[in-house]
Ligand binder design. Structure first.
Ligand code: GLN
Length: 311
């Protein structure tokens, strides 16, 4: 039970599902073949504590593609496999006021703003692919396995929509033009597309967040997923850039490092305490789960979870 509430976590999670279930705003993203019947209405919430307890409610066994939630994890992998210096020669650490898949700032600045948006994430995939073409995919799958607490799998049906594929290809070509990445654009995009369709259910997603909350060690398996010295970089960039062009208002109203994906997942990290996750596929115009944002705002406020204290 959370010391600041009178309600046991599983009761509270069930209440959140009831309270926010009627919220049906937003559109689902991606190719419709990736969605099963009724998938748009799915709704699940979970929390995983650093001492290994997991609580959940709703459609908690439903696996979905993590999409951009993969970005902070690939960033951590690049820090571990390459170095901070090497990574940040090619990708900055500034928040952006543009959408996650924008080319505008790249055109102006010639360097991706941060690793949480598509341009930065594609640059990071290219770096890993360039570092070792044979091994990079295995590093990525192994790393996700450590965070998930089981072997990583790819979504059987999710593929990038044509629009996304062309946009990401355009980003990759601009990155090549500005010498941020090398010639093997297809190799970089393949790794990027595969990281986006790694699957998790909401309990596993909360476990990934709990691993970040727990100094990089998965609370249930005891396996280290990221070197301790790189955690602060990952959490800092999730805090300042993880919710793209809404990162400022997110920091203000939720106050937690977080990352969303267009598959409908959002995770948030309560450092030293727990990981939170929501799955609900209807998205707002920024690409965040509508119910996910609403739930995490309420939860953070009601349990006083923000890293700078409650409001
Ligand atoms: N696969 C999507 C893309 O590349 C991921 C975007 C997201 O989740 N925000 O655009």
């Amino acid at each position: 039970m959370d010391p600041r509430t009178a309600t046991a976590p599983d009761t509270y999670l069930r209440e959140l599902i009831e309270r926010f279930g009627p919220l049906r705003d937003g559109e689902v993203s991606g190719p419709t073949e990736a969605l099963e019947d009724g998938e748009a209405e799915r709704f699940a919430i979970a929390m995983a504590t650093v001492d290994g307890h997991v609580f959940s409610a709703g459609d908690d066994a439903k696996e979905f593609a993590i999409q951009s939630i993969s970005k902070p994890f690939l960033y951590g992998l690049a820090l571990d496999r390459l170095s901070r210096r090497e990574v940040h020669r090619k990708v900055s650490v500034e928040p952006t006021t543009e959408a996650f898949n924008s080319l505008t700032e790249l055109e102006e600045d010639h360097l991706p703003y941060n690793p949480m948006i598509n341009s930065g994430a594609i640059a990071i995939s290219a770096m890993l692919h360039h570092a070792d073409r044979q091994q990079a995919d295995g590093w990525m799958m192994g790393m996700f396995g450590d965070y998930l607490g089981r072997p990583a799998r790819l979504h059987p049906r999710a593929t990038d929509s044509t629009e996304t594929a062309h946009r990401n290809r355009a980003i990759a070509h601009l990155l090549r033009h500005f010498d941020v990445i090398g010639d093997d654009i297809d190799g970089a995009l393949r790794l990027y597309n595969r990281q986006c369709v790694v699957t998790a259910d909401v309990r596993e997603l909360a476990g990934m967040a709990a691993t970040l909350a727990n100094g990089g060690v998965h609370p249930r398996t005891g396996r280290r997923a990221i070197r301790q010295e790189h955690l602060r970089d990952v959490l800092t960039l999730m805090f300042t850039c993880g919710m793209y062009d809404t990162s400022g208002s997110w920091a203000y109203s939720v106050g937690l490092p977080a990352k969303s994906g267009v598959g409908g997942g959002i995770l948030a990290v309560v450092p030293g305490r727990m990981g939170l996750a929501v799955y609900s596929p209807r998205l707002d115009p920024h690409g965040h789960s509508v119910r996910g944002v609403a739930v995490l705002k309420a939860w953070s406020r009601e349990w006083d979870l923000g890293i700078f204290g409650g409001s």
